[in-house]
Design a protein around this ligand. Structure first.
Ligand code: B12
Ligand code: SF4
Length: 454
């Protein structure tokens, strides 16, 4: 049996603080394998962060420390101050190294995107790419038995049986904090994304193969969450909730059958969805959708390898309005194939999306092992030696960034449900939070007349 201190290094609170679900799952897997675990969330110790890390190490005396790295940056080229979270994590690791000699293991979605670069930059000992539950136990066994181990373990796509999925080890204090601050908790029902969008890092983190939890397992865990912590709202963190196989509908059926009575939101792909399906989702607790529309006209949708058209996005939105389900669409301008003509066409298309919120990003964060990276190197937007640790954004060489941003601002001027730059939306949400409102909050831009105070 080993003692493992897990640290969640994410202290970002925008657009809302998110429960460190990855850490909770890794903790569950370690406990199930007989290890002793302490979870430390740095967001809750911001005022005396290094002191609390020192105290945890001295009190718990861990054999290993695992650090969860969620965010590298904001993936938003217009973020004020262009935050880069790895510099704070570097301070953290340097501090730990001064007082602690045993191995430091890195993991998490941010880490998994740039594992070699982050391990070297932070000067940590080991890293696990992708899902951590099985790999961390394997690594700890190897290290405890002096078995020679690679510094970075790459993912094994675990099957969907009990060995693949664990019940997150939510902690009472953390649940109370996140539920109070953001009005929701997080839960993941499946892993993987089979689509191949040119810019996307999700398949690197979760793999391409879809692996599902059984609907019964999901419903039982949510019932338990409600019973143990009185939580009645959550975000399903699946890369895309509406998988083509329709597994998501089975989850909705199960939530109804087991009378979960939990409000939930999730990411959706704007593909054909019918009224009976939307009704089922709504009856099961769906209250808002975040829609990965991503590009605003057919040329740019094709440019990032989406298999749907703008007409699909439009129809999806109309169906949601009919079903009275609030939607927020997320678009990126400036991607491959963007030209002045596609910008104008895209803005015209977005005007057709009524009764919904729209967030627009300028440029696309270039990430390694993606097609976009290859294109960016080929088009000499970045050099092939750029290690991509610091954020760099793809902007199509056929469009002027400043002109594009002026056009977007003009098109969204005085529109309460259009957000550009995205920070504008966050400012409005911060203001709403001051008045005690919680949750995704953008839905209040669509229905400002009937805000629901929690
Ligand atoms: C859902 C989601 C959101 C939701 C979260 C809702 C909620 N209430 O939880 C919302 C929309 C709010 C959101 C916001 C943001 N997000 Co987000 N989000 C995701 C998404 C799709 C899933 C994250 C998740 O919960 N996964 C489920 C958990 C269980 O998996 P996990 O954390 O990866 O943990 C596993 C492994 O990583 C590993 N692991 C984790 N920790 C550890 C620790 C150790 C020691 C080990 C060994 C292993 C390990 O094991 C875990 C279990 O298998 C990811 C993309 C993705 N596919 O991962 C992006 C992602 C994490 N988000 C990202 C970003 C940037 C953001 C924002 C900054 C965007 C913005 N500008 O607003 C904010 C930040 C919010 C915050 N406060 O931190 C980036 C982060 C990387 C980067 N480029 O910096 C990602 C990777 C997407 C991307 N664009 O590439 N996000
Ligand atoms: S953008 Fe969405 S659909 Fe495309 S690969 Fe990424 S997660 Fe999958």
């Amino acid at each position: 049996m080993s003692r493992i201190l897990l640290i969640s290094s994410n202290t970002t609170t925008a657009p809302l603080p998110v429960y460190p679900l990855g850490m909770a799952l890794v903790a569950a897997s370690l406990v199930e394998n007989g290890h002793a675990v302490k979870q430390l969330d740095l967001l809750l110790t911001l005022d005396n962060l290094l002191f609390s890390v020192t105290a945890a190490i001295l009190e718990f005396n861990p054999d290993f420390i695992g650090i969860s790295i969620r965010n590298i940056d904001t993936v938003d080229s217009l973020s004020p101050g262009n935050p880069w979270y790895l510099s704070d994590i570097k301070h953290l690791v340097d501090h730990i190294k001064k007082i602690y000699q045993n191995p430091i293991i890195l993991g998490g979605p941010g880490f998994s995107i740039l594992p070699e670069q982050i391990l070297e930059f932070l000067n940590a000992d080991f890293g696990i790419v992708g899902e951590g539950e099985i790999s961390i136990n394997k690594l700890i066994d190897n290290l405890s038995n002096n078995i020679k181990t690679e510094k970075i373990l790459y993912p094994i796509e675990t099957p969907i049986d009990k060995n693949g999925f664990f019940r997150p080890l939510y902690e009472k204090k953390l649940v109370a904090y996140y539920f109070d601050q953001s009005g929701m908790l997080s839960y993941q029902t499946k892993r993987g994304c089979p689509h191949g969008c040119k810019y996307c890092s999700y398949p690197l983190i979760e793999g391409r193969k879809l692996r599902y939890q059984t609907p019964e397992f999901v419903a039982d865990n949510l019932i338990r969450l409600k019973k143990d912590f009185n939580v009645d709202a959550l975000f399903f963190t699946d890369a895309i909730f509406n998988d083509r196989q329709g597994h998501y509908l089975m989850i909705a059926e199960q939530l109804i059958k087991k009378q979960c009575h939990i409000k939930w939101a999730a990411y959706f792909r704007p593909e054909n969805i019918k009224q009976p399906e939307l009704k089922l989702l709504k009856d099961s607790g769906l209250y808002a959708m975040e829609v990965g529309s991503d590009a605003a006209c057919d040329i740019t949708l094709k440019g990032i390898n989406k298999s749907f058209s703008f007409e699909d996005i439009f129809r999806f939105n109309e169906s949601c309005i009919k079903a009275d389900i609030p939607c927020a669409h997320f678009f990126m301008f400036g991607g491959p194939e963007e030209t002045p003509a596609t910008v104008l066409q895209g803005l015209k298309n977005i005007e057709r999306l009524v009764n919904c919120a729209v967030f627009v990003f300028s440029g696309i964060r270039i990430l390694p092992k993606t097609k976009l990276h290859e294109i960016a190197v080929k088009e000499k937007i970045i050099s092939c030696n750029n290690n991509l640790l610091k954020s760099c954004y793809y902007i199509s060489p056929h469009v002027d960034k400043n002109w594009m941003e002026i056009k977007i601002k003009e098109a969204f001027h005085r529109k309460k449900d259009r957000f550009f730059p995205p920070e504008q939306g966050q400012m409005r949400m911060r203001a709403l939070k001051v008045f005690g409102f919680k949750g995704l909050l953008w839905d209040m831009a669509i229905h400002p007349q009937k805000p629901k105070k929690k």
